[in-house]
Design a protein around this ligand. Structure first.
Ligand code: TA6
Length: 284
């Protein structure tokens, strides 16, 4: 990481704090307050000036090494879900290095985190967060090894919502839904509503999806790049009760819409190749 003095960082609106036992970096600039833990390179909150947090964190989340934080933007890498063990990969339970921090000419702030190929997969990961009028997160994977690697991944964003009964997701087509989920009761007239557990790995979905929340009269725009899969998840009642780090009623206040490459959307990285997935989040 470039050498910064505490004053340098303070002048960039960057400060350090902790949550539970985990390190947290706080960015305050003219646009928003954003918090990120170097544990998992995990964006925890993004609060544009005058707005509510766009991201959601469980009141029952673990805040300890070796366990994933429940909420924010978990980095699922270098596999998605049960494509390996532990579920959703090693990135979200690893300590990343803060490689650089810089103010941008537009007044936003950029942090870069690194997870180096000393992990057993010969893969380098870089996560870049730009916090400004929008929140942009991108994950770059480099195959430093001598064998192809099948990469699956997600920027597993948990959005904060007024109530699950008040929201819908716009931008998915019927044919994007996984075969085994069709016909999906909540999918009507090109819009996805939530009336049951919803766990959809959609392929490919439009690059721009919108979460419309009539309860808070807000629309959250999600622009995916380098992402062939759009994952939409709400655990609903029974699964919420089964998760130790998730409140029984918390399914009402969150919704995941994820920029991913999963299942048939997985990417084969040949030696020396690089792949970047990104999500850009904003209120519209
Ligand atoms: O992204 C949806 C999903 O794969 C669901 O199947 C559910 O397992 C969710 O991720 C949360 O996974 P986690 O390992 O964080 O409990």
């Amino acid at each position: 990481m470039e050498e910064y003095t505490i004053d340098d960082l303070k002048n960039m609106g960057i400060s350090a704090e902790t949550r539970g036992g985990l390190p947290v970096i706080c960015i305050r600039n003219d646009y928003a307050e954003t918090k990120i833990s170097s544990y998992g390179a995990h964006v925890l909150s993004y609060i544009p000036k005058g707005e509510k947090d766009l991201l959601w964190i469980s009141g029952k989340s673990w805040w300890e090494q070796g366990k994933p934080i429940r909420g924010g933007i978990p980095v699922c890498w270098p596999w998605f879900g049960s494509a390996g063990a532990p579920a959703h990969g090693i990135a979200r339970i690893s300590n990343w290095k803060l490689d650089s921090a810089r103010p941008e000419a537009d007044g936003s702030t950029t942090l870069e985190f690194a997870l180096d190929a000393d992990n057993m997969y010969s893969l380098d990961a870089r996560l870049t967060v730009n916090a400004g009028a929008e929140l942009s997160v991108s994950l770059r994977t480099s195959n430093r090894g001598f064998k192809p690697f099948t990469l699956s991944e997600a920027l597993h964003t948990y959005f904060s919502i007024s109530d699950i009964a008040n929201v819908k997701v716009c931008g998915l087509e019927y044919d994007d839904l996984p075969d085994e989920a069709r016909p999906f009761p909540g999918f009507r007239n090109g819009e996805l509503y939530f009336e049951q557990e919803t766990d959809l790995v959609c392929q490919p979905g439009k690059k721009i999806l919108v979460v419309e929340d009539s309860g808070w009269n807000r629309k959250i725009r999600i622009q995916r790049t380098g992402s062939h899969s759009a994952v939409v998840w709400n655990p609903w009642i029974a699964k919420s009760r089964r998760m130790e780090d998730f409140g029984d009623e918390e399914y009402r206040s969150m919704l995941c819409v994820e920029a991913a490459n999963a299942r048939e959307g997985s990417r084969v990285l040949i030696p020396g190749s690089v792949h970047t997935v990104g999500t850009r989040i904003s209120l519209i």
